[in-house]
Write a protein that binds this ligand. Sequence first.
Ligand SMILES: [Zn+2]
Length: 165
Amino acid sequence: MIYNKFDIKQIAAELGSSFCADEVDSYKQQCNVCGATITQRDTFCVKCKTPVVWLNSSVWSNENGSPKLRIRELEGVLPTTRSGILLIKRAGLLAFQNKRDEYDWAIAEDKLGFDNMKSIIDYVFTSKRNKGRGGMRHAIAIVRNKMKDFKRSPKNEPEITTEMW
Ligand SMILES: [Zn+2]
């Protein structure tokens, strides 16, 4: 995914002696995609909605948490299924963390169906303890367990046809 990554330390290095530590929170940059002004309060570009990450910015981190986790997420894998899109939306995230998670989720939707996947998502995110990455991990763990049951259950074995051709 394309995103803007800015770093206060890099700005300081570029500005050298004209860098002003007292005004560090007000330093701005330009969106790499559309050129709009990006402040450290921005999670997305106000104009083109490209995601924004600031490294070494307390303003940005206070709003968004760890920039490294956000980068991992932005470099993650986009969902290919309807329930996968729903999952990241409910978790308030942008992508799966890795290909394995997305692949397992997609296989599960294929086998269990969208409605079952949706009820797992509803179950996980109705509980107030679950949100964000933790909720997403929980949902993926439930789905992996269900897939184990699915594989074990004899009624889900491929049907053996006795018809004579
Ligand atoms: Zn932009």
